[in-house]
Each structure stands twice: as structure tokens, then as C-alpha cells.
Design a protein around this ligand. Sequence first.
Ligand code: GDG
Length: 475
Amino acid sequence: MSRGSEFLVVANRLPVDRIVGADGEPAWRRSPGGLVSAIAPVMRRRHGTWIGWTGAPGEELEPFEEDGMALVPIAQSAEEVELYYEGFSNATLWPLYHDVVAPPVYDRAMWDAYVRVNERFAEAAAKVAGKDAIVWVQDYQLQLVPAMLRKLRPDLRIGFFLHIPFPPLELFWQLPWRRQILEGLLGADLVGFQLPGAAANFVRLCRRLLEARYVRHDVYWDDRIVRARAFPISVDVSELNDLIEREDVLERVQEIRSDLGDATILLGVDRLDYTKGIAQRLQAFGELFGDGDLKPGQAVFVQIATPSRERVEQYQLLREDIEQQVGRINGEYGEIGFPVIHYLHSSYDRAELTALYLAADVMVVTPLRDGMNLVAKEYVACRRDMRGALVLSEFAGAAAELRRGAFQVNPYDIDGLKGTILAALDAEPAEQARRMRSMRRRVIEHDVDRWAREFLSELENPAHPVPVTDPALEG
Ligand code: GDG
């Protein structure tokens, strides 16, 4: 690494998970997920380096190579994990950026840890980056890194991508450290968001809070132009194409269907998170049995709730609530041999998830707010058979692209949700195919590869700014 890397990714987590190898020794395996598979080829081509945390508190490791990528581990003490990661990232920023669906915690010790850990990431990147290198910083845990890194290494070209929503001024204004966060992001040359509305929120805040000059989505700051743009993230379509062809996956689809008594299957797949609207969808589904619209044995809901952030109090409370709710609904409407909800608090491999997507007659995605929601796009990418229906919240970023094919819904409106679920269940095969075709066209043309390419090409070859003031940004 003496020459320095030309291309760096800086993310809270490294793209590898620790496993026990065939010889019984600890080993690493590339993490599943679109982000890693989209970036891995670029990393290899450009001899890139990935800077991140291993996930183990207190662990200090030397840089190592894995899967053709140079990895630089950043240590985080147990206390920092509690204050920076579980605290400021997941108890302050996460709820604030998701429409305050849970109350954010504002705690000065958490903020101090956030600054400290961001500094550590910035210093590591400054050390490893070659002259004029490209650095791509990921997500809400590292919003101070762009400015910190620019100060240390003004030669670098710095991009930042936010995977979650960026809130409107009226909410962001609550944050006691609002100025520092904005100035942190403005250290980048390009700040990427999932949707144009988020980029507009950001530019409006720069103007109102920092009195920055702007033209459209270009902010003039510190004698530089910082571009705010939307790059809707997507899924790894080619990986899913391989999975839907596998014999074992197709056998598993049949097995799931017959294990569920050939009932109509509704499916939810989410990290167990209060932004995902799991309670709302289960309530609506339960009420359909109470109303006599559905009968036990005729329809069944499979809810995969992947364990997440289990040490954060809000998540512990959510788990108790959901598990009580599932118990109540099954107790009230289930019959012997016919529970109406199958709730699975567990994590599955990609093959099992794919089999579930293929078995599901209706995919139910009802977040109260979501940056994008890849589950919705994965379902669409898997349904080459043109069957199945997608119920999709208006508050998921994915709704902007899948508007025409999805059964859109406001998840706060339980009656609306019930009606939409019934409409999706009743859709004839021809209507399912028409809707699926339109959604598939979008997802296949705009896969995660394209997302990464477009971000990096905008970072490296900035399009000339258009000198027009967008009235939508006035406020
Ligand atoms: C954040 C933003 C944005 C789920 N359970 C299992 C599993 N998954 C996979 C899904 C999907 C991913 O995890 C979840 O992605 P989402 O986009 O649905 O949601 P977040 O985790 O909240 O992601 C979101 C995303 O970042 C990307 O920018 O879209 O808005 O909140 O790929 O399939 N994967 C495996 N086992 C599971 O049990 N292997």
C-alpha cells in the first residue's frame, strides 16, 4: 500500500463477515448484499481499499487482503460502539432522518463519540489514499468524514452517498449539531441521495442554515461547488437471475408452498425496525380475518423479521410489541394447523429469501419511511414469471420508480391498507403481468451496477452546472 490507493470506500462496516473456515480456523467471507457486489469489481479494477469496522468491539487488526480487496480495519471500543454506533447513529440520526417515527435521543456524550470515530475514519483514509485519489464515503454514520478528510487531504476527490432519507428542514432543525453535520457533508464534491427531494432538502438547508449560495442543486461553499444529486440505489439483478434458476431454489419454492397447505402467501421481509411498518401491515391483515374477508387456511402471512440493533432500547421494545401482536392475531383468528401469521425472527441465506420471493403471491412492503427499500426491488427482479403482486408504501423511496406497477398504499391508513391488500390478492394474472412488466423494466435497466457507475462517473466527470435557480428550492 506504499504507493497509496487510487480508489477508496469508507463505510462503517468492512465488506466481509467473520466465519469459521473448513479447517476450523476463523476466516472471512464477503458480506452478502448489493452494495458490496456493486463495488467489488471497481475495487479490483482500481486496486481499491475499503476502510471500515470489523463488527467486533475493541478489536485492533492490521490491514489485510480478502477477495481481491485491500481492507483497512478501524477499531471501535465497546464504549464507542455504544455511543457512536448504537447511540448517535442509531438512536439520534436514524429516527430523526426517518420522520421522527421514534423520538431521537440528543446526548452530548454520543455526539462527542461520533466526532471522535469520524475523525478516526478520516485519518485512516488520509493515510492510505494516493495522490488525487477518489474516495467514496457511505452513509449516515460518517457524515463528518468528507470535511475532515478534505482538511487533511485537499487533493482528493470526495463523494458521499446517503442510503437513508434526508429530512426536511423542519425536522433537521431539531438537531443540536445541525451546522456541523451540514458542514461535514459539504466537504464532499458530490453528495448523493436516493431521491431528488432529499437533495432539495439538503440544498435548502445549506441556504437557510449556512446562507450558502446555490444554483439549482449546486451549493457554492468554501470556493468550491458541491453537487447534490439523486442516485436511486438498486439490486444485483444478475445475482438474482442466477438464484431463480437454481434447482434447489425451485424445489424449495414447492416445499414452502406445500408446507403452508397451498394457501395464498403474503410475505414481508424486513430488518426488525420500527421504520418498516410491520405492525400496521399485520394489523390490517388480522382485521381482514375479523371482517370475514379471509379465512384461516386460505391465506397466510409469512413475516421474516431479521434481528437488528438488538442492544438499542427502541428495538427491544419493538420486538416485544410485534411478538405480542403476532400472538394476539394468531390466538384470535388461527385454527389448529392453520396459524394466520408465520413470524420468523431469524436471518436467512440469499437462496432461501429467493425461494420465499418466488413462493409469495403478494409481497407486502409498508415502511413508514424508507430511503429506498431493496426488498421491493428484489421481489420484482425475481418474478421473471410475471406473477405476484407488490403492495408498496408511498413512503418508500422505491415508490418513485415502481409507481405504475405497485399497489401503492399509505401504511398509516389501516382501512386503505386492508383494501389494497385485497385488491392485490384479487388481481387477475393478466393484471399481475402488466404491472410486473412495467416494474421489471425499470429494475432491470437500473440495477445496482448502473447505480455505482453513474455515481462514480458524476464524481469523476462533473457535468457542467446549469445556471438556473429552481423555484422548488425557495422556501
Ligand atoms: C438501508 C436503507 C436502502 C433482509 N433479511 C435478510 C437479508 N435481507 C436483505 C434484503 C435486502 C437488505 O437486506 C435490506 O435492504 P432494505 O433496502 O430493504 O433495507 P435497510 O436494511 O433498512 O437498508 C434502505 C438500503 O439501505 C440501501 O441503500 O434501500 O432504504 O434503510 O437486500 O434482501 N439478507 C439475508 N438474510 C436475511 O435474513 N441474506
